[in-house]
Design a protein around this ligand. Sequence first.
Ligand code: TNX
Length: 538
Amino acid sequence: MKSTLFSSLLVCACFITLLSCQEEKKKRVLQFPKTDLAASPTIPKPLKVIATEGGFALDQFSAIYTSETAPGFGELGEFLAQKIKHKTQLEIQVNGSPKQNQEGVIYINQSDSLELNTPESYQIYVTPDSVILNSNTVEGAFRGVQTLRQIISEVPSDTLAEYPVWTIPTGKIVDGPSFEYRGTMLDVARHFFSVADVKKYIDLMAYYKYNVLHLHLSDDQGWRIEIKSWPKLTEIGGSTEVGGEAGGFYTQEDYKEIVAYAAEHFITIVPEIDMPGHTNAASVSYPILNGNGKTPKLYEGMRVGFSTFDTRKDTVYAFIDDVIGEIAAMSPGPYFHIGGDESHVTKKKDYVYFVEKVEKIVRKHGKRMIGWDEVATAKVDSTSISQFWASKENAQEAVDKGMKIIMSPAKKAYLDMQYDTLSKHGLHWAAYIPTDTAYIWTPEEYEGVPLENILGIEAPLWSETISTIEELEYLAFPRAIGYAELSWTPKENRDWDTYKVRLAKQAPFLDRMDVKYYPSPLIDWQKSKYTYKEILKD
Ligand code: TNX
């Protein structure tokens, strides 16, 4: 008798709990404000967005599931959970057994859809019950995860639920990149940046779907990568930087750590050893390499164009073979950048001879050569790549040779150009580049380079005037966000007026990441009203 009474009470209690749960669920659904997926502040702007005005509730009952057999998908689920935690403090379970009260589910699937026509293409379907992210590759799914991070509301929604609920607007996103090469470059030679700084930069790049980080590892003022067969390069050549500070260098372990961290973010490292000019630090370390007829001395100034290797010496090519060999062995990406710019004291015929020989060394080590636009003046192979920074004529030579071109015109794409005359850091030899000028140009049609020759876009950040991560961030952000859109989103879908609204809404993310961006007065920056810690206190 007692036990029957007890069990009916229990059933009753459960029923009431269930009812109140349902009541709460209903309330939550009822209270969902109308959404607009197309108005989400996604950068780069996706190819196609169809909004259906509902909401997926991301809360403590949500869970993530991924394809379990496809390599990398499980880790990607963990990555998303970690980023959601950073944004909302929610602990979302990944590939766990379904929890009681489990509500919405996020699936990250490997698909084999023919519609997904580049390796980085993906689709996202959001309904009130589920978020489905499909891609044929883990790389594409990673790009889609960045979109997901961006479409989760910045603050919890007003839903009457007793716990915070973040909204993901419902609808469909179909997306993929315009260009396969979407890069930025960091000059760690003029001023050295630590592994931690580079990792932070990678985190930020990944959020905006960049896939290449080019590291300028050597210049007149410093040599920054350990080469075991030539140890003085870092012992001597690594000891200085612009302005007289102590310099620094990456050990091979450090470099491998950067390469691995970049790979986890689906970013390829392109290593650059600049030569035959910009080689003072190497020549001070090993004077046998020097070809300018003077005794090389450590150099901490900013003027360039005075140094050159001796292009007619076998030792120089043995040295280059060792250097490229050691770096190529640690760099899984397909490219090796040989610099080749501003060799003002190398005779033209020596320059051409040099580039042709070094190209062969690069190919011997299994890499595709990239060089600044001057390399196209040599007889290089059509598989080598020219990086357009200054000369239309050199770009034309590259096109005539059937080479691919990376678009980095200094006047438009140099992150080290000052925003305006008041900018705290940067140079202005090419131009002042305010935030709108950085965005409003068409790399697809720049200086008559045919679209089929364009491999992609890269925004270089030279570091003569910056030495800390804060200064780096001031020059790179917000402009690097615009270059990410130029290299991903087709020109028909780009427009400054809508871009600047989406850019304004990056402020909460940049603040959360502790990025000291330049608060361009052209942008009506949206400050988040509160941080998540304050939300959870409410
Ligand atoms: C030109 S761009 C250079 C660099 C400088 C930069 C400063 C290029 C290939 N060479 O050596 O750092 O200007 O803006």
